[in-house]
Design a binder for this molecule. Structure first.
Ligand SMILES: *Cc1c(COP(=O)(O)O)cnc(C)c1O
Ligand code: SF4
Length: 458
């Protein structure tokens, strides 16, 4: 039962005395689950709509939660039986705001595809699991995942503004909308105090920013009180799905607990709205470094040029592309998965073309709890004790000399006869193998090399 004691993390206006199913393990009922559903936005008078639209609580209360409400917003929607079947298995929630980013009510629309249940979610190949990362095995106390030596992840709530169809925590997110209890929080705090090697605590979920600010502050303050914790990170998709949540009041609270870092989750340029820009600007202006974790999704962003556009758009909003995730082997998301080769192709395309600031690290979160493994195209082509042969994005091969002593100095001008091979580069007999024509060489032919040191200005 949702209790009414003063220790509750719920704020009074969102607390409810509703349904805790028997046998449930002390999770509290989340704020918005039991709120009365009012009419969808299209049914409201325009004036009321404008005032309410920017209120994040209104957005939460008016999420599309049923297939009926979905049809209310998209009257021409087809395949309702299939949608209902998928929604029955994995919860449906779409904020009116996120629904407004849909340009066409079809699975060809990236925003629609991320938000609307699809019959493909019922497709269940044998190797998929509910918890492929085995997070439940790395939980020393309920709600805290301790996998890496110096950092830990806290599942603060199971509620999200929108339930992403590709979610890696489909086993948690939205099955029941609950938040961490004070009792759980104090066990987590005790664990953190007993493990001073944990310097970075990630508040995750679900989406921590679906909690009311005082409830969130209690969690942040508790973690901040552990003096061996340096960084508090928040993983939230609200800048994308509920940007009006980033209120001045929230930002004022967060900045009192620095260093706070936030990672968000943009997957497609159609998510770059004025509201999303404003949300990111507010956080960045409060000195909160922003990162982005994109999931590589078939039919949504598995295209090198689109990924370039996404990454450029992010840095423009002062959001640093942090990770590009290979889609996990989670039950219900198989139709979103791409081959790893697609990720490598994308990374090959981005490097050299995009500022290093805009290039994420592509990672596969290994099944079986292996953790995140970075995957890159190969840039080390060959090596010997004296030289490593590298290649750049243009295809130029470079012989990189390793540190030497006077005795092992290979000397200058050591060149082999005939055309150099990779073997010659590894032996230090040739400095490079250059493609016949590159854009950079074309540019070089347009001007003569500078004759004065470039740092001297007349
Ligand atoms: C991803 C993750 C982290 C954070 O990893 P970083 O590489 O530091 O971003 C921490 N704990 C768990 C369980 C994770 O999955
Ligand atoms: S916001 Fe994150 S936790 Fe919530 S449904 Fe989307 S991916 Fe899952």
């Amino acid at each position: 039962m949702q209790d009414s004691n003063a220790d509750s993390l719920m704020t009074p206006e969102v607390a409810s005395a509703e349904d805790e199913p028997p046998g449930s393990s002390g999770w509290q009922t989340a704020p918005f689950l039991t709120a009365t559903q009012v009419a969808p936005p299209s049914a409201l008078p325009a004036a009321a709509r404008r005032a309410d639209w920017t209120d994040w609580r209104w957005q939460m209360r008016n999420r599309i939660r049923t297939v009926g409400q979905l049809v209310g917003s998209f009257p021409k929607l087809k395949g309702l039986t299939a949608i209902a079947e998928a929604a029955d298995k994995f919860p449906l929630a779409i904020t009116p705001y996120y629904a407004s980013l849909i340009r066409e009510a079809s699975f060809a629309d990236p925003v629609f595809k991320m938000a609307v249940p699809n019959v493909d979610e019922l497709w269940d190949p044998s190797f998929l699991k509910d918890d492929p990362l085995e997070e439940d095995h790395d939980m020393p106390v309920p709600g805290l995942v301790h996998r890496y030596p110096d950092r830990a992840l806290v599942i603060t709530t199971t509620t999200c503004a929108m339930y992403c169809r590709h979610c890696t925590r489909k086993r948690v997110a939205g099955k029941r909308e609950t938040c961490i209890t004070p009792a759980q929080l104090s066990r987590i705090s005790a664990y953190l105090s007993a493990h001073p090697e944990i310097h970075d605590v990630i508040l995750s979920g679900g989406d921590p920013l679906t909690m009311a600010t005082p409830a969130l502050e209690r969690i942040i303050a508790t973690v901040r009180a552990v003096n061996t914790v340096d960084v508090i990170r928040i993983g939230t998709r609200t800048p994308v799905t509920l940007p009006m949540r980033i209120t001045p009041e929230l930002v004022e609270m967060l900045r009192r607990y620095h260093p706070i870092w936030i990672n968000t989750h943009f997957n497609h340029p159609n998510e770059f709205s004025p509201e999303a820009r404003e949300a990111c600007a507010r956080l960045a202006d409060a000195g909160i470094p922003l990162g982005n974790q994109t999931v590589l999704l078939h039919g949504i962003n598995d295209d090198p040029r689109l990924m370039e556009e996404l990454c450029r758009g992010l840095v423009r909003m002062r959001v640093r592309p942090y990770y590009l995730f290979q889609c996990d082997l989670v039950r219900g998301v198989e139709h979103f998965r791409t081959p790893i080769s697609r990720g490598i192709e994308i990374m090959e395309y981005l490097r050299g073309r995009l500022s290093g600031l805009a290039i994420p690290t592509y990672v596969v979160d290994a099944p079986g709890g292996g953790g995140k493994i970075p995957v890159l195209p190969n840039y080390v082509v060959s090596s010997s004790p004296t030289h490593t042969v590298l290649r750049n994005f243009e295809g130029m091969l470079i012989s990189y000399p390793e540190p030497c002593t006077p005795e092992t100095d290979p000397g200058r001008g050591l060149t082999g006869r005939g055309a150099a091979t990779v073997w010659d580069l590894a032996a230090g007999r040739a400095p490079k193998i250059q493609p016949a024509k590159t854009d950079r060489h074309e540019r070089r032919t347009q001007h003569t090399p500078a004759t004065t040191p470039i740092a001297v200005f007349e």
